[in-house]
Design a binder for this molecule. Structure first.
Ligand code: ATR
Length: 271
């Protein structure tokens, strides 16, 4: 029986064990998947112990995605670009690092939208979460990404790193009154504290879809704000991205693609 875990701190409320167990059941696999609380500064000892104990791989969440990136012997291109790893695979004497967050977002967008082809996407925020999704979004057909961030320098740095993959513009929040995008994605941490990114209301009026990477029991303030300004806009939280990144990790480990929809439905009842 293959053993997996998710490492984070805090970690006790992680939904990953439930999600991965459901995928395994769906595909008729027998796995164990548990939570492991990591201690900052001791990540590599923990990984050595898990390898010793025969684990096949782990997911990695906050605050260890940078440690996981540093420890990997081999990296996928998407992990290399994101400078962060959320999926470690152990085998053949080496540690392989991957990042499935971007694919998780793409899968959740494609579940809810007919196509991403030729769409212009406004990405709010320029932190670690933003960096991980840009290349997968271009690969999925997005034709233009405008990155807006409170601190414009960070948006400019991401543009410089990623513009070889597609058309990227960037601006500060105050310039967003000029932006007309089809899809808006909020990757800032504002929803954690019930705040809103200070972008122009104009962006919500022109868009057809507004996605918050954060999720909670009820709609986030970003979602209700968008809906209040444009009754035609479709809004979504990021629970599907969580399930999507898990599905992609599961695929990386097993070679088989689980179905995210039934797992997302049961998870929605639990949060
Ligand atoms: P993550 O890895 O989750 O992306 P991060 O790297 O700390 O976390 O980035 C957090 C993002 O949320 C950044 O884009 C940050 O903006 P700054 O770069 O200007 O700091 C954004 N953010 C956090 N609090 C915010 C707020 N109150 N208003 C607007 N943006 C905010």
């Amino acid at each position: 029986m293959k053993r997996f875990a998710v490492i984070g701190n805090p970690i006790s409320h992680s939904k990953s064990p439930m999600i991965h167990s459901a995928f395994a059941k769906q595909l008729g696999h027998e796995i164990t998947y548990e939570t492991v609380e990591g201690q900052p500064g001791h990540f590599s000892e923990l990984i050595a112990r898990l390898i010793e104990e025969g684990y096949s791989g782990t997911n990695v969440t906050l605050p260890f995605k940078g440690d996981a990136f540093a420890i990997a012997d081999e990296l996928s291109q998407r992990a290399e670009l994101a400078k962060a790893v959320n999926t470690l695979t152990f085998g053949q004497g080496k540690i392989t690092g991957d990042n499935t967050d971007g694919q998780g977002l793409v899968q959740d967008l494609l579940r809810q939208l007919p196509t991403l082809n030729n769409q212009h996407l406004l990405l709010i925020g320029a932190g670690g979460a933003a960096k991980g999704v840009i290349k997968p979004l271009f690969d999925a057909g997005i034709v233009q990404i405008t990155i807006c961030n409170r601190t414009i320098e960070k948006a400019v740095a991401i543009k410089e790193q990623f513009e070889k993959f597609g058309v990227i513009n960037c601006c500060g929040f105050e310039q967003t009154y000029n932006v007309s995008a089809d899809i808006i994605v909020n990757s800032t941490s504002t929803s954690v504290s019930g705040e809103l990114p200070a972008v122009s209301d104009h962006i919500y009026k022109n868009a057809s879809f507004a996605y918050d990477m954060f999720y909670a029991k009820s709609d986030t303030r970003f979602m209700t704000h968008a809906k209040g300004l444009n009754s035609d806009i479709i809004v979504s939280d990021g629970l599907g991205m969580l399930v999507g990144q898990a599905a992609e990790s599961y695929r990386v480990w097993s070679g088989e693609q689980p179905e995210m929809e039934p797992v997302l439905d049961s998870l929605r009842q639990l949060i």
